[in-house]
Design a protein around this ligand. Structure first.
Ligand code: BMA
Length: 372
């Protein structure tokens, strides 16, 4: 990559990662992560998997296990973790993973040289019944997917009905993030990706649920709070959903600003088992837009979520995904979790495993051993 572009990226990263500028030897963890991502991008694209170290299709909570490693012999370079439920003070996430374990695995992956990304699907602050009335319920009442009311974002902003409650929720999130430190006190760098898929309307922060101004105010409120708490290890990622109308103009509509975002991406799944051609066309088109946007704005680009549910086409890794992503200078792609009811990663028990090995062996796909 041209030096000028690299310098631009670093300049924006400094702005996006914290308000203070830092000299070479006192870069924040977020700034260092941005530089690392940018360097690694010259080599290829990293593979990521959500909830990788907790469970697979035939096991759960076995130390050092991973479906990805069990298939190809290496851990994913990027691991994704979900914090939904932390805002309630729950012991387990909405995906039933104990938060103490999440903290431990984040630190362990960082210590083995890997990269961490965190998502957060907080419950609906307006419809959640405090004291647990509808806690633990997955869909949709009281959850992030509860879109029964269009004033939820407004309600948590300054002057809103749930503003105070949301301060408590943000504090609990902040307290958890503060635990992400190695034993010698080093903060773990994290790609933090809140308020995602906001150009769709299935979360309470979605497009038809709030105005662009309200969305940005929500983003800013959370970012300002976590920054004020000293969390300068967060690289903020903005990721709407893949869509035929995701032009650069559309991408900008709710974009929080170059000074507030370090990584740009989008989430894009192939939902129809026979939808290969349409998926490839759309993915290619959106990645072309995204990578140009990233270059113009001095950001790192990533396919922040993707997958084919239950790998209904076992050749998907090499026949569908790889040919498109290898054309674009993205930092990483991340496939969603291997839950019993829906899985997006490989598993030794499934026919896509042999194709995943080929995907892993391709020199442009990067796994943990490729980035250490
Ligand atoms: C969704 C599904 C849900 C899960 C949520 C948050 O895509 O996997 O089962 O609770 O993500 O991780």
């Amino acid at each position: 990559m041209k030096k000028l572009v690299f310098m631009t990226i670093i300049a924006f990263a400094v702005a996006a990662c914290s308000t203070a500028k830092h000299s070479e030897n006192e870069k924040t963890k977020a700034e260092q992560l941005m530089e690392r991502l940018d360097t690694l991008r010259q080599k290829g694209y990293m593979f990521g998997h959500q909830d990788d170290p907790f469970y697979g299709l035939t096991w759960e909570y076995q130390k050092d296990s991973s479906d990805v490693k069990n298939v190809c012999g290496d851990y994913p370079a990027v691991m994704g973790f979900e914090l939904g439920g932390i805002e309630m003070g729950d012991e387990k996430s909405l995906d039933s993973v104990p938060f103490t374990r999440i903290s431990e695995e984040i630190i362990a992956h960082h210590q083995r040289g890997g990269i961490i990304t965190i998502s957060w699907h907080p419950r609906n602050p307006l419809t959640t019944i405090e004291g647990g009335g509808n806690a633990g319920q997955q869909y949709p009442e009281g959850t992030a997917w509860d879109i029964s009311d269009t004033t939820v974002v407004k309600s948590v902003l300054e002057g809103g009905l749930k503003h105070e409650l949301f301060q408590t929720w943000m504090q609990r999130l902040s307290d958890f993030l503060a635990t992400l430190k190695t034993p010698d006190g080093e903060k773990v760098p994290v790609i933090f990706r809140p308020w995602h898929e906001n150009t769709g309307s299935w979360f309470w922060w979605g497009e038809r649920l709030c105005t662009a101004e309200e969305y940005k105010a929500l983003w800013n409120m959370l970012q300002d709070k976590l920054t004020a708490d000293g969390l300068d290890n967060l690289l903020w990622a903005y990721s709407p959903g893949m869509a035929p109308d995701l032009t650069a103009e559309k991408y900008m509509e709710r974009y929080p600003g170059d000074d507030r975002v370090g990584l740009v991406g989008f989430d894009g799944y192939q939902w129809a088992p026979d939808g290969k051609a349409d998926f490839q066309r759309l993915l290619d088109m959106n990645l072309t837009m995204l990578c140009k946007f990233a270059e113009d704005h001095g950001k790192v680009a990533a396919l922040t979520e993707c997958g084919l549910k239950n790998l209904s086409d076992p050749t998907w890794w090499t026949s569908t995904l790889q040919p498109v992503v290898e054309k674009h200078p993205i930092s990483y792609l991340l496939v969603w979790r291997n839950a019993p009811h829906e899985w997006f990663g490989p598993s030794p028990a499934k026919p896509d495993a042999q194709y995943f090995v080929d995907f892993h062996n391709n020199e442009k796909s990067l796994f943990l051993n490729d980035i250490k």
